[in-house]
Design a protein around this ligand. Structure first.
Ligand code: GAR
Length: 190
């Protein structure tokens, strides 16, 4: 199962996937390329460390969406790799139907809350401010509804009275690093 990872930031989830692959824990999954829409991100170093091509791909001038040329660039470059799975690992850009249709049923996203609670930006901060006692993370298929596609798996994290926003972030990220590679491994064995 050929996998392309898209990310925008630290890349800790891309690293978790690549680490699982190196440890033989990604089923038949094989990451062939990591793309980032930000030129200076940690995710580039993670690709390099694990010997997987990791490159910046210009998304166009907007911050949270593609312009038409950027969207086409992503569709073209990803299509060339004929992936079976496109993993959004912290890719902070809204995808429009043209992109989603190009890889229909093959795009999964990681979100840092128990969807359908707290979709959108800053899922961990939203849960923290709302005072819920459990939050967590969700892996779901991507559809045109933002953070609304079919849920594949979730992991719950309890918010203790001793937690701070920082400790909660660390717990959610740790849960993400477990669940995302595990979901990919399972999908690869379907
Ligand atoms: C992760 O917490 C992921 O759930 C979140 O971005 C972070 C990326 O971290 N994604 C979203 O909020 C998507 N709406 P990373 O760059 O260290 O993998």
């Amino acid at each position: 199962m050929k996998i392309v990872i898209l990310g925008s930031g630290r890349g800790s989830n891309a690293e978790a996937i690549l680490r699982a692959q190196a440890a033989g824990q990604l089923g038949s999954g094989r990451v062939v390329q990591v793309f980032t829409d930000k030129p200076e991100t940690g995710i580039l170093a993670h690709g390099k460390k694990f010997g997987v091509a990791a490159t910046f791909l210009d998304p166009g001038p907007f911050k949270t969406k593609f312009d038409e040329a950027g969207e086409q660039r992503y569709i073209d470059e990803i299509s060339k790799l004929t992936p079976d799975l496109v993993v959004l690992a912290g890719f902070m850009r809204i995808l429009k139907p043209r992109f989603i249709d190009a890889f229909a049923g093959k795009i999964i996203n990681l979100h840092p809350s128990l969807l359908p609670s707290f979709p959108g930006l800053d899922g961990i901060g939203q849960a923290w401010r709302r005072g819920v006692k459990y939050t967590g993370c969700t892996v779901h298929f991507v559809t045109a509804e933002v953070d609304g596609g079919p849920i594949i798996d979730q992991a719950a994290v309890r918010i203790e009275s001793s937690d701070t926003l920082e400790s909660l972030e660390a717990k959610v990220h740790a849960a993400e690093h477990e669940i995302l590679p595990a979901v990919i491994a399972r999908l690869s064995l379907r």
